[in-house]
Design a protein around this ligand. Structure first.
Ligand code: ZN
Length: 145
């Protein structure tokens, strides 16, 4: 059985870190990534650094509230890969078809992401422990995030 894909490509890999000050140089000095932007998402208790190299993008996620999702992740799992984010052209359609396929969603409706994007998370139970984010770019934006 095949189905049409709602996915355009890999948007970024999200990585939970204890300290951006320590993590950013690992990727810039160590691997030649370029730091594009750092933002604070107050609603989620997060500082996020966006880095790119070629067509690869990563976001480093630092929690400044222990009760944030990333804070709890760091407590239980430590630093490491937190989620994969895929570009979707139509986030409502992508959520609807994932749900129709019986996949459990964390977000039934999209929330606001960084850089004018709209994002939504599937439940990691739906994908064998992998947390997947859908990311819909605002029209006419580039590859970041
Ligand atoms: Zn993300």
């Amino acid at each position: 059985m095949s189905r049409t894909s709602n996915i355009d490509g890999l948007a970024h890999v999200g990585i939970a870190v204890r300290s951006l000050d320590e993590a950013v140089p690992r990727w810039t000095d160590g691997l030649g990534f370029r730091l594009v932007d750092t933002i604070t998402l107050d609603s989620m208790g997060l500082n996020i650094a966006f880095l790119t190299a070629g067509d690869a993008t990563i976001e480093l996620l630092e929690s400044f509230r222990p009760d944030s999702a990333i804070g709890r992740f760091l407590d239980t799992r430590g630093e490491g890969i937190h989620h994969l984010s895929f570009f979707v052209p139509d986030i409502e359609a992508a959520l609807a078809s994932a749900s129709e396929a019986g996949m459990q969603l964390i977000d039934r409706t999209p929330r606001e992401g960084s850089h004018g994007t709209r994002i939504a998370f599937l439940h990691p139970r739906a994908l064998g422990g992998v947390l997947v984010e859908f990311c819909e770019r605002k029209p006419s934006s580039g590859r970041v995030p």
